[in-house]
Design a binder for this molecule. Structure first.
Ligand SMILES: C[C@@H](N)C(=O)N[C@H](C)C(=O)O
Ligand SMILES: [Zn+2]
Length: 252
């Protein structure tokens, strides 16, 4: 029988929790930096995304352990990984889909997709309506030189600088220069775009080599997007919220 609610307690439907195979990345590797963009308003939509309750990176355990191995290698080279997004609930993806249909909402166009028509973002491969992120083994990430310095706050008008502008001009980030910022929906973000040369190309290669050595596969359209293979849940799109509660009690 259902226990009675105590006086004053509101009946709140329980949110789904993650299966035991999911962990908080910081319980496996506390040295990997986290800048979880979709819990903040600094992203291509311009507001917190549905389902992101706390700035915590959640992944399947094999993906988190593989990321830890890549981090160990990068630390010896004087760099640390920094994740921008990890597990993404289906309701967050649905938020992206709803946003994409509202062609009048171009709040963040100037920074994140200045040269791409909003109506093409899914077609061109920059956002997916069924995303590997919701399966738990995919993440968006970059590398940061050590010692990692905090990024300065954005200067006046910096929110509107194109994400492919020279690094000193675009929205501040403490990462290495990859030629574009994170979630820059533009052909310049294609990992092997021939216009990206020198240090920027070497930085992309450093990230890609460290991750592919551990079993990750890169999305050619986005230098920052990697999936750990084989996937533990290749056909399941989870919808538990991004919060510590979703994985509390799960062993690291
Ligand atoms: C939205 C961007 N960060 C991303 O992850 N794109 C891929 C294609 C996805 O949505 O799975
Ligand atoms: Zn991604």
């Amino acid at each position: 029988t259902t226990p009675p609610l105590s006086a004053g307690a509101a009946a709140r439907p329980q949110e789904p929790r993650a299966p035991r195979e999911f962990v908080a990345l910081d319980s496996v590797d506390p040295t990997i930096r986290q800048e979880m963009r979709y819990v903040s308003a600094h992203n291509f939509v311009g507001e917190r995304i549905d389902g992101y309750r706390q700035p915590v990176c959640i992944l399947t355990r094999p993906a988190a352990e593989a990321l830890h191995r890549a981090q160990t290698r990068l630390l010896t080279q004087g760099y640390t990984l920094k994740v921008y997004d990890c597990y993404r609930p289906q309701r967050a993806v649905d938020h992206f889909v709803r946003w994409a249909k509202d062609l009048a909402d171009e709040r963040k166009k100037a920074e994140f997709y200045p040269r791409v028509d909003k109506s093409r973002l899914f077609e061109d491969g920059y956002i997916a309506a069924k995303s590997g992120h919701s399966r738990g083994g995919t993440m968006d990430l970059t590398i940061v030189p050590l010692p990692a310095l905090p990024a300065p706050p954005p200067g006046p008008g910096q929110e509107s600088v194109p994400c492919f502008a020279p690094q000193a001009q675009r929205y501040p980030d403490n990462s290495v220069d990859m030629g574009t910022g994170f979630d820059c929906f533009d052909t310049l973000s294609h990992t092997d775009d021939p216009r990206v040369q020198g240090a920027q190309r070497a930085n992309r290669q450093r990230l890609k080599s460290a991750l592919t050595a551990e079993g990750f596969v890169n999305l050619p359209e986005e230098w920052w997007h990697f999936t750990y293979k084989p996937e533990l849940f290749p056909d399941t799109y989870f919808d538990f919220p991004v919060s510590r509660r979703s994985v509390s009690g799960h062993r690291p």
